[in-house]
Design a protein around this ligand. Sequence first.
Ligand code: AKG
Length: 274
Amino acid sequence: MLTSEQIAFFNENSYLRLEQVFSPDEVASLDRELSYIMETFIVPTKGWTGPWRKDKQYLTEEEEEKSLLSATHELQHYSPAWGHAIYNPRLVGAVADLIGPEVELHHVTLHAKGPEFGTPFPMHQDYPFYPHQDGRFIDAIVHVDAATEENGCLKFLRGSHQLGALEHLRNGSPHLPTDQYRIEDAVSCPANTGDVVLFSIHTIHGSGLNRTKQWRRVVRLGYRNPRNRQLSGQAHGRPGLMVAGLRPQVEGVEIEPYGLWRPPPVEAETSSPQ
Ligand SMILES: O=C(O)CCC(=O)C(=O)O
């Protein structure tokens, strides 16, 4: 569980790094199964789009052309190690201390920056990707690889989650104006393998290019308080796994385990009941 100092750090800085949430053995399984998923299912792309890519604070012309990102969602559909990771007691306990007591998984997303030209991310909040009514939503970044200044660690604008939801530019991937929200004003958050970095859906963050010869792989586990209703965006209408506490009944929220799919209407008496 979090100490009062850790909670105060999060409230002041808009993020918090938890050390060694996953043991070396656990990281080895996560690494092995992630490598299989990446080799078997993922075709890399150039990464996030938009005019920010022409901004020299992020990419030179050559880097823009060569930049590389492997991304996918819901690793628990591919791998037991990632299924177990979602329920990690220390991680879930920390998230519950910040936004609980009840906690629901919202999504799982891989961001793997390719070697030498691993794409950067412009400064943004995660809010526009999956808008929710309030700030009771934590993104937890699981570090499969250590993140450093050289390979594009996360960077945060201190205190930014207090600003609430901001308007984002919508040309390309949602991002904030690069002249007003500069990556050089953000504080770097290097992390070791097995560490988890927590931040709010309203925290302004980004990251630089991976210039090293190895991949930089992190996986985001998005958790919310189930009372915090989603307004639109990624996974809207899909219930998630409850990882702490029991699901409360929330007015206006129907639990549709099959998402938007509806079973076809039952045909009139064509066979006897079984
Ligand atoms: O992987 C990164 O460096 C940035 C990821 C990010 O911005 C996010 O998960 O919202």
